[in-house]
Design a protein around this ligand. Structure first.
Ligand code: PRP
Length: 174
């Protein structure tokens, strides 16, 4: 890593090892099922694509894109759907795949929204969890790493749409 603003928090190898563990747990928990994994664009794309290649039950994938309204995002918790699912999830085993849970507002909204569509089961997996930042209670069903309240980029996460391509998860220092 040559950029002095960047400090590695989790190496690609650490992330890969943890994803293997998560995938093994999911393969066990969803044995005999055909879960639908819903990736939340854009940050979760890298995690989703690495995760599904390690899962040993047949999965389907779909995507949603959401955005929070205006500058009041953090406090309002109002979330807008920019891209919705292409299919009904009624009666399906659904697993929402996120890169990070921060305030919890996005996942809280998504879970409430998707539950109204009557999936058979609905769970959430996140690669990263920053519990110190929570504004609403939210507990993911599966979590890769609990991390401190630092601004992280790489492995799908961005700053101004940059850095998503980095293989490591890094802290972006000012
Ligand atoms: C991130 C992340 C979650 C959300 C979590 O997405 O992917 O969707 O923020 O934050 P919250 O817990 O405070 O609601 P972001 O809005 O950065 O969009 P992106 O995935 O397209 O980068």
């Amino acid at each position: 890593m040559t950029d002095e603003k960047l400090e590695v928090m989790l190496t690609a190898e650490q992330i890969g090892n943890r994803i293997r563990e998560l995938a093994a747990q999911i393969s066990k928990d969803y044995q005999g099922k055909n879960p639908l994994l819903i990736g939340v664009l854009k940050g979760a794309v890298i995690f989703l694509s690495d995760l599904i290649r390690q899962i040993e039950v047949p999965v389907e994938i779909d995507f949603m894109a959401v955005s929070s309204y205006g500058v009041d995002t953090d406090s309002s918790g109002v979330v807008r759907i920019l891209k919705d699912l292409e299919q009904s999830i009624q009666g399906k085993d659904v697993l929402i795949v996120e890169d990070i849970v921060d305030t919890g507002l996005t996942l809280n909204y998504l879970r409430e929204n998707l539950i109204t569509r009557q999936p058979k089961t609905l769970k959430v997996i996140t690669l990263l969890d920053k519990p110190d930042r929570r504004k609403v209670p939210f507990e993911p069903d599966y979590c890769g790493f609990i991390i401190p309240d630092r601004f992280v980029i790489g492995y799908g996460l961005d700053y101004g749409e940059d850095y998503r391509h980095l293989a490591d998860l890094c802290i972006l220092n000012p």
